[in-house]
Design a protein. Structure first.
Length: 328
């Protein structure tokens, strides 16, 4: 596509992230290309500069700049081998005609990049291409394990994305953090902003007046303690900022153990070789066409190692620890 186009957002796309809006229409355009076009102002929403992660609304007009041509049908395409298919199918914890749910392992990226060849988005070819290919509706950090939901049709994906955009999806993460947060439960409200470039980019606290900062809110409850050294936390993000939980816990003075980026010298020493102790344990959200989905991912081998080291038992936790907080 070599010309600029202005396209209205369809009602079925209301609430979808801008980058996903692009990827659904032009799957051959990479995430990095979308980010570059947004940063340079080539992508605009109703005439204004836009961020790839912002949500679009039905009726808004998106400026689409000239895009690279899609590969021809005869161009070579990396195929999944039998082991790849068996691997991604082994991650399934729920599937029906509209929804696919995976227990994403730590270390597996959700989407690809210049140096990332193995990722969830590529593995989705195991279900087919075109309309048969499941669609991502939210993301997890590469090093975070747990519940990852996908839509198996454009309509289902749009409705699931809308649930996340309207905060109708209740996410519960488990994390092991340094020390014992006081108070033991509450809500962390702290604006966040991205700083740095490439591998050095981090999300850090921002002044509420900073135009580049975004409001971020995390609810937290202490599930159990290992003396004064470590706390097992249930975390619920009310907003969906990049690295939100990791940045918020560091700002609280209780960084998540095993975090290679959001850490202190003390937390790195206490981690003692553990991988990131963060797991998307539970997700509750409306099904695209019927009832409510309650999804739970078995804990990862990385979190099991942390539980074993500090003496936690996963059966200690209530399925919904935040209900206890609201009753008190």
């Amino acid at each position: 596509m070599r010309e600029v186009r202005n396209i209205a957002v369809d009602p079925g796309e209301d609430g979808v992230r801008l980058d996903r809006w692009f990827r659904r229409r032009w799957p051959h355009v990479s995430q990095i290309q979308i980010q570059k076009m947004a940063r340079s102002g080539q992508i605009r929403v109703d005439g204004s500069r836009a961020k790839p992660e912002q949500r679009v609304s039905a009726g808004e007009t998106i400026r689409v700049p000239p895009l690279p041509e899609a590969p021809q049908a005869g161009d070579p395409k990396p195929e999944l081998d039998r082991r790849d298919v068996m691997f991604v199918k082994s991650l399934v914890i729920y599937e029906d005609d509209e929804v696919l749910v995976l227990n994403k392992p730590a270390g597996l990226a959700v989407q690809g990049g210049t140096k990332t060849l193995m990722h969830v988005d590529r593995l989705l070819s195991a279900w087919g291409e075109g309309l048969e290919r499941p669609r991502l509706v939210h993301r997890l950090d590469r090093d975070t394990s747990g519940v990852l939901v996908l839509g198996k049709s454009p309509g289902a994906a749009a409705k699931l994305s809308g649930s996340f955009a309207r905060r109708r999806a209740e996410k519960t993460y488990w994390a092991l953090v340094m020390g014992n947060p006081k108070p033991s439960e509450g809500v962390m409200e702290l604006h966040l902003v991205k700083k740095g470039i490439g591998d050095r980019e981090m999300v850090v606290p921002a002044d509420p007046k900073d135009p580049n900062g975004d409001p971020a809110e995390t609810e937290f409850v202490t599930v159990s303690r290992a003396a004064h050294r470590v706390a097992w936390m249930a975390l619920r993000p009310h907003t969906g900022r990049t690295h939100q939980l990791r940045a918020h816990m560091l700002a609280m003075g209780h960084p998540i153990l095993g975090d290679p980026k959001y850490k202190t010298e003390e937390s790195a020493q206490l981690s003692g070789g553990l991988k990131l102790q963060l797991h998307a344990r539970r997700l509750t959200l409306p099904h695209p066409s019927r009832g409510t989905l309650v999804l739970e991912a078995p804990i990862s081998k990385e979190l099991k190692e942390g539980f074993k080291r500090f003496g936690f038992d996963e059966h200690e936790a209530e399925p919904e620890p935040f209900k206890r907080r609201r009753r008190s």
